[in-house]
Ligand binder design. Structure first.
Ligand code: GUN
Length: 291
């Protein structure tokens, strides 16, 4: 079994980005600048956004973190987005999801200028992705594809089963894995909460990508021997073994599944750091396009 080490791989990507940043500055450009908006006090979102800001520092980007109270109006949030859209120094803007229930996520995503939408969530960029036109790919699916590429995992003609149909991960990764490219050229089955006989389908997967947010949902009997398993899930569960009293778990029962598969991503340290690295890559791309 080979561990698909996202932490290690993302560090290499970050070194590559840092080198590009210094070249950009040598050519008379400025540091790429990412702005992040965090609404409310969702613990997981706070952790992710802090990690994104820290990653910006590591590669030499400027970052701006805007924190807004949980009860702010949609209008205030949309105004913040407008301000950033018209701020020429800022190359990329992300609004961390999920948002509080009283705010319409679609409206918010729509308000971000597509040229600054480094999350790749704007309908314009999703449309361009579907048509295989150059665009900002959503960071998590892009991170998965990059990990498969760097570890040279064979994908052509393989059966790729995706568990979970979210617009951020499941749906876009199923599109990327089915297209005529490497990684890609897989025969994709997209499964979800209404899928019948999930176990039978997952057992036939050469590549199993799981993104549903249920700790250790995928057990070893659901996985084919020699499969490549990508775990996107990250759930905080109570633990008596850690100092903090919490432990992070993936959607896959790592201890048992890892004994059976050819490749597997750990949680933490798998897809998570790759997502951040790809967000940085999109921000760099945005800055370069301006230059
Ligand atoms: N929430 C979970 N994943 C993501 C992501 O990639 N970007 C943003 N903005 N929010 C998220």
């Amino acid at each position: 079994m080979i561990l698909l080490d996202g932490k290690y791989t993302s560090n290499i990507i970050k070194e590559e980005i840092a080198l590009d940043v210094s070249k950009l500055i040598e050519k008379g450009g400025k540091k790429p600048h990412l702005a992040a908006i965090l609404v409310g006090d969702n613990g997981a979102s706070e952790t992710y956004v802090n990690a994104k800001v820290r990653a910006c520092e590591i590669v030499g980007f400027t970052s701006t973190l805007i924190r807004l109270e949980n009860n702010i109006s949609e209008e205030i949030l949309l105004n913040e987005i407008k301000k950033i859209n018209s701020n020429d120094d800022i190359d990329g803007l992300i609004v961390q999801l999920p948002l509080p229930d009283h705010i319409d996520e679609i409206k918010v995503t729509d308000a971000i200028l597509p040229e600054k939408d480094v999350d790749g969530f704007h309908p314009f960029n999703i449309g361009r992705m579907n048509l295989e036109l150059p665009t900002f790919l959503p960071a998590t699916p892009a991170g998965i594809v990059e990990l498969l590429k760097r570890y040279k995992v064979e994908t052509s003609g393989k059966h790729c089963v995706v568990v979970g149909r979210s617009s951020i991960v499941g749906t876009p990764i199923s599109i990327l894995m089915s297209r005529n490219s490497y990684p890609g050229n897989s025969t994709v089955t997209l499964t979800h909460s209404r899928t019948q006989n999930l176990k039978k389908i997952s057992q036939s997967a050469d590549i199993l990508i799981v993104a549903l947010g249920k700790a250790e949902f995928i057990t070893s009997e659901m996985v084919k021997k020699g499969a490549c398993v990508i775990d996107v899930g990250i759930t905080r569960v109570k633990s008596e073994k850690t100092k903090s009293g919490w432990k992070l778990k993936g959607d896959v029962d790592f201890n048992n599944v890892s004994k059976k598969c050819s490749y597997i991503t750990p949680v933490p340290g798998g897809v998570g750091p790759m997502t951040i690295a790809m967000l940085l890559k999109n921000t760099l791309l945005s800055a370069k396009q301006k230059l």
